[in-house]
Design a protein around this ligand. Structure first.
Ligand code: HXC
Length: 516
C-alpha cells in the first residue's frame, strides 16, 4: 500500500530515534553506571545548543564474517558530523561503546575520515572522542585498512587544523594510535589507553599488570607523556576541550581569536621580589606566570610530565600566547630528555598555529648524568634548539635568573632569531655556573694554592662578579633590554603589539629534519 508523506516522516523519525539509542537502553545504563556519558551525550555537552548536524546515521557495515551478516550496528558505532563550540565550527567523531564496543570496522572508519575531510576542506578543528576496543576483529583486513585511512588523514590534517583527541573509555590498538597522531590528548580518570592490553602482554612477555596501571592516566601522563590533560570525568574532559579550543585559531591560515580585554597594565611590584636572592633557592615559576597573564588564567599542558619545564596557554591583553618556562622547583629547572621533548613539541604546535611564544628562563643547564647521556640527551635537547630556530611566530624571552650554556640557547636565546630578549637585573648569563666553571678554567691555580678552598671561593666570587649581572650580555646585544620585573607584563604586551604583523620567510624545503 502506498504510504503517505506523513507516514514516511513518522517512519523516518522512528528509525532515527531507534538508531540514536545506539546499543540499547541496557548498554546505555551500563555506560552511565560507570560514570560515563554516551557518545551522543558527549557531543551535546561539547557543542553549542542545537548546533549539531549529524551525517551518516544510516551507515551500515558490509561484513558477513563470524555472525555479522545482517547484524544491526546503529550508526556503525560512531556518531559523526559538525557543530559549533563557542560559536566556532568544529568537525567531530564520537565512538559509541554501546555498539560493538565502539570497534572500528571499514565503514566506521570511513565515517571518521569523512568528518576529518570536512575539517580539512573548511579549515575547522577536528575533535575525536575515542571510546573503542580498536579495529573490529570480525572485519579483519578491512578494519585495519579503515584505521590506516584514519591515520593517514590525521597526518594530512596535522599542522593545518588543530586536532584534539579525548580518551573516554578503554582505548586499544588503533583507538590509541590515532590520538597519538593528533595534537592533544585529554584522558579521563577511568579511561585506559594501550596498544596491547594486559592479557596480551602476559602472554607475550609474562609480565602481569592491571589495565589501570598500564593505560590509566597516571601511566599515560606522568610516565609516558602520551596524554596532555587528565580529567576526573567526561564533563571535565569536554570542558578542557572547549577551553583549549578557545586559545586556538581554526586553522593554520588564521590568527588565534583575540578577546576583548579590559585588563589594565599596572606595574606589579610583587614581581621585583618573586625570585629568591639566593641563587640556588627554588620557587614555583607558575607564581610568576600567573602574574604576567590576563586574569592569572593559565591552561597548563602536561602538568604531571617532565615538571621541570612548564608549558601552556594564556592570554596577554586578550591575545593567545604559548608560555614555556623552566621550573626551578623540579630538578632545579634543568632540561632533561623528557623536558626537551615536551618543550619542543609545544613550541612546534604554537608555531604551526600562529601563537606567539613567551619563554621564561631560569635554567642551570642540561641535566648531567650517565642515564641522560646514554638516553640521548644530545638528540633530545637538540629538539629544543631546532623547534625554536624553526619557529617564525613572535618569540619573546625573559631571563629571570640563571641562563647557563646550551640550555639557555635552547630556551630561545637571542641567536635563534628571537625577536626580543629581556633580562631582569637578577639574570646571570654564562657558559656554565660558577662552581663548575672555576673547576675547569682554574684547576691548576686551585691545586697549587696554599689554601685551595679559599682560592676557589675567591675565584668563584670573581667569576660571579663578571657574569652575575646581565649588563655584559646587554653590551653584546644578546639581551635587548634590562627591565624592572614589575614592568614585565607591560613589555610583553607592547612587544606582542609591535610584532603583530611579523612576517619571516625561510628557504623553501620539503621539511626540516628535527632530530627525532
Ligand atoms: C570487535 C569488540 C572489540 C573489537 C570490543 N568488542 N572490542 N568487537 N572488535 N576490537 C566488543 C565485545 O565483543 C563486546 O561485544 C563489546 O565490544 C564490549 O566489550 P567488552 O569486552 O564486553 O567490554 P570491556 O570488558 O569493557 O572491555 C573492553 C576492552 C575489551 C578492554 C576494549 O573488549 C578488549 O580487550 N577488546 C579488544 C581490544 C583489542 O585488542 N583490539 C584490537 C586492537 S588491534 P558484545 O556484543 O558482547 O556487546 C587494532 C589495530 C589497529 O586496533 C592498528 C594499530 C596500529
Amino acid at each position: 500500500m502506498l504510504m503517505s508523506i506523513e507516514e514516511k516522516v513518522k517512519e523516518l523519525n522512528e528509525k532515527k530515534n531507534k538508531l540514536k539509542l545506539g546499543g540499547g537502553r541496557a548498554k546505555i545504563d551500563q555506560q552511565h553506571a560507570q560514570g560515563s556519558l554516551t557518545a551522543r551525550e558527549r557531543i551535546e555537552t561539547l557543542l553549542d545548543k542545537d548546533s549539531f548536524q549529524e551525517t551518516g546515521i544510516f551507515a551500515k557495515h558490509r561484513c558477513a564474517n563470524f555472525g555479522m551478516a545482517g547484524k544491526e550496528l546503529p550508526a556503525e558505532g560512531v556518531v559523526t558530523g559538525a557543530g559549533s563550540v563557542g560559536g566556532r565550527m568544529v568537525h567531530l567523531a564520537s565512538q559509541d561503546f554501546t555498539v560493538a564496543g565502539g570497534s572500528a570496522g571499514e565503514v566506521h572508519s570511513d565515517k571518521i575520515v569523512q568528518a576529518m575531510l570536512g575539517s580539512l576542506k573548511t579549515g575547522t578543528p577536528f575533535v575525536f572522542i575515542n571510546d573503542s576496543g580498536g579495529a573490529r576483529i570480525q572485519e579483519g583486513i578491512d578494519s585495519l585498512a579503515g584505521y590506516g585511512k584514519v591515520f593517514y588523514h590525521n597526518v594530512m590534517l596535522s599542522g593545518v587544523v588543530p586536532q584534539i583527541s579525548l580518551i573516554c573509555g578503554p582505548c586499544a590498538g588503533g583507538a590509541a594510535y590515532s590520538p597519538a597522531l593528533t595534537d592533544f590528548i585529554i584522558q579521563t580518570a577511568n579511561a585506559r589507553m594501550f596498544i596491547t592490553g594486559p592479557s596480551v602482554i602476559k602472554e607475550a612477555t609474562g609480565e602481569e599488570i592491571s589495565a589501570e596501571e598500564l593505560g590509566g592516566p597516571l601511566s599515560q601522563m606522568n610516565r609516558s607523556g602520551v596524554a596532555h590533560f587528565v580529567a576526573e570525568n567526561d564533563l571535565v574532559a569536554l570542558r578542557i576541550c572547549k577551553k583549549l579550543l578557545s586559545y586556538l585559531p581554526s586553522n593554520n591560515l588564521e590568527d588565534p581569536p583575540q578577546l576583548e580585554s579590559d585588563d589594565v597594565i599596572v606595574p606589579d611590584k610583587a614581581l621585583n621580589s618573586i625570585i629568591p636572592a639566593e641563587q640556588k633557592k627554588a620557587y614555583d615559576v607558575r607564581n610568576v606566570i600567573t602574574r604576567l597573564i590576563d586574569g592569572g588564567e593559565f591552561l597548563e599542558v602536561q602538568p604531571l610530565f617532565a615538571a621541570n619545564i612548564v608549558v601552556g596557554f594564556a592570554r596577554i591583553l586578550g591575545r593567545s600566547v604559548g608560555i614555556v618556562a623552566n621550573q626551578p622547583s623540579v630538578l632545579a629547572g634543568a632540561l632533561d630528555i623528557n623536558a626537551s621533548d615536551k618543550g619542543a613539541r609545544f613550541v612546534r604546535f604554537c608555531n604551526a598555529f600562529n601563537i606567539p611564544l613567551v619563554t621564561l628562563v631560569d635554567v642551570p643547564g642540561f641535566l648531567p648524568g650517565v642515564q641522560q647521556e646514554q638516553g640521548g640527551i644530545i638528540r633530545h635537547g637538540a629538539k629544543m634548539l631546532f623547534a625554536y630556530s624553526a619557529a617564525t611566530v613572535p618569540k619573546i624571552t625573559v631571563i629571570m635568573r640563571k641562563a647557563y650554556g646550551g640550555a639557555f640557547l635552547a630556551m630561545c636565546g637571542k641567536e635563534l632569531e628571537t625577536d626580543r630578549v629581556f633580562a631582569w637585573p637578577s639574570a646571570e648569563i654564562a657558559v656554565m655556573g660558577p662552581q663548575g666553571a672555576v673547576n675547569v678554567i682554574f684547576r691548576n691555580e686551585i691545586a697549587q694554592a696554599e689554601d685551595p678552598k679559599k682560592k676557589r671561593d675567591e675565584l668563584i666570587a670573581s667569576y660571579q662578579g663578571t657574569f652575575a649581572a646581565p649588563y655584559a650580555a646587554a653590551a653584546r646585544r644578546d639581551v635587548d633590554d634590562i627591565i624592572e620585573p614589575a614592568e614585565t607584563r607591560r613589555h610583553l604586551a607592547m612587544t606582542l603589539d609591535i610584532l603583530r604583523t611579523k612576517r619571516e620567510f625561510r628557504p623553501m624545503k620539503k621539511h626540516g629534519l628535527i632530530p627525532l
